[in-house]
Design a protein around this ligand. Sequence first.
Ligand code: PMP
Length: 360
Amino acid sequence: MDIQKTLAKHVQKLVPYQSARRIGGHGHCFLNANESPKSESYLLNSLSLNRYPDCQPEELIEKYADYVGVRKDRVLCSRGSDEAIGLIIRTFIDPDEGIVTMPPTYGMYEVAANTNNVKIAHAKRREDFTIGAQEIEEAVNNAGFKVKAVFIDSPANPLGIVFDKQELVKLLNALPDTFIVLDEAYVEFARPEDDYVDLLKDHQNLIITRTLSKAFALAGIRCGFTLADPEVVKSMLKVIDPYPVCDPVAQIAIQALSQGGLELMQKRVEECNERRRILTEALQKMSAVTEVFASLGNFVLVRFKDGPAVFNAEAQRGVILRSFEDKPRLKNCVRISVGSKEELDECLRNIEAFEKAQGK
Ligand code: PMP
């Protein structure tokens, strides 16, 4: 049997998402997946692991609803926000319809679209990489297929910029039949003066995705959330797998969302943002660097004179970064996650050594 020939047609062409873990790399210092540098301790009750968990564990939904200040029926919990991205596509989009993304952006939107055999069109960012309602509307109108969802990451990965709130309101009003998916995986680091969650009340077409993987330092448990109109949540629950949130995951997430857990998260975010500031300033002074993007996430995108050379020099010394060399308009760009002070010091020392070796 030639297994390759048996694959569904759209699967034959698929390239899986190149996650940091999948790319791998031999190192001791991983600054390539925007993870928190430190894991916390949690208690685990193993008395009912013999039972299937609730599809949507009530206490967890309640805790997250309280944290963001919305009603419980506006919250859905999933296996990371990655699962939410796929669910949105599977729930709302037929094969002759599709999505709009705005590269450079998080890669999973396209992977999820391709996996589910729906179409993709791109909106064009401006020279400074910002983008507004007008560019997105143009992409939706010129897509050549019915656009059911627009995916906007804010802060954007890897750019680090936030989508303007007024532009979002304009877009929600201009495209009332299109879902605008605001991916706020990194929102806690950005602390926008305005919370965008309040827009949910007046805009049924707004879907916000969130995660515990970043500011809550829980990438390992795979726990994400969708905030949306109750009808949207109900519709996504038609498609979701029976038990998306494992019992130990719910137990840990509930502790992370307790008063103590939230205080810890806020402290973690403040410290991370301070390290991001120090890292940015240090990079700006380096001769190997041509541009440091102003980031509001737990990562910094850097354009080097020779990005691949710096990436390789770091990798040889066991520091694994993320290269964006092949992404649109990001030649020579490398993303550095804001790790611990020691990790970032090591990363900077390696760049200094690289500069010396180049005789600069
Ligand atoms: N959105 C963005 C913009 C991301 O960068 C990531 C993770 N790298 C995710 C979503 C996925 O997060 P999760 O761990 O919740 O699946």
